[in-house]
Design a protein around this ligand. Sequence first.
Ligand SMILES: C[S@@+](CC[C@H](N)C(=O)[O-])C[C@H]1O[C@@H](n2cnc3c(N)ncnc32)[C@H](O)[C@@H]1O
Length: 188
Amino acid sequence: MDHDLDAPSLWVRRWAALISGAAGGAVLDLACGRGRHARHLAALGYAVTAVDRDAGALASLEGVRGVHTLCADLEAGSWPLAQRRFAGIVVTHYLHRPLFPRLLEALDTGGVLIYETFARGNEDYGRPSNPDYLLRPGELLEAFGSLLTVVGFEQGRVNVPKQAVVQRLCAVSALAAGDVVLDAPASG
Ligand SMILES: C[S@@+](CC[C@H](N)C(=O)[O-])C[C@H]1O[C@@H](n2cnc3c(N)ncnc32)[C@H](O)[C@@H]1O
């Protein structure tokens, strides 16, 4: 069966409802590519900033209501989102470890970080196979777990939308676990 690689990830769909301020809450889609998540989040009512260095990919988001695009190289020069704070940050299929502290700074109190990318073992199934782009076991927990309240974490092999080894985290910048309301309505 064919699966749509341009469809929003189930992990992002699952946790997006946790982002507060659906009516206009600011959300960042980092290294957004053609913006499968930017579109999904904008459709849910968030005000999305979609960043990528690929102007061609960003062009496909032109005119999408609720999405503001920013063409920037996230690995060269200064962080393009200094002073910006977001109710949600989504990062999928992108890994540049030096940006982890920037993500923490950019998350508002109560903000939700949704991260999903490839992990070690993925080299058995295809690209990326370079260890620089593959998370170590438990790496997202190690990077964010002591500073944010982790509400979801998974690592393992998936078969959909293609065979891959992935790691996924959803974590909230909350004072205590009791500040996180888990039974928000599921989003589209
Ligand atoms: C595999 S795609 C993932 C796109 C999107 N997040 C998704 O899951 O559909 C990786 C994206 O990272 C972007 N990217 C890679 N290096 C980058 C950099 N230094 N600065 C900004 N974007 C970068 C690429 O242009 C590409 O769109």
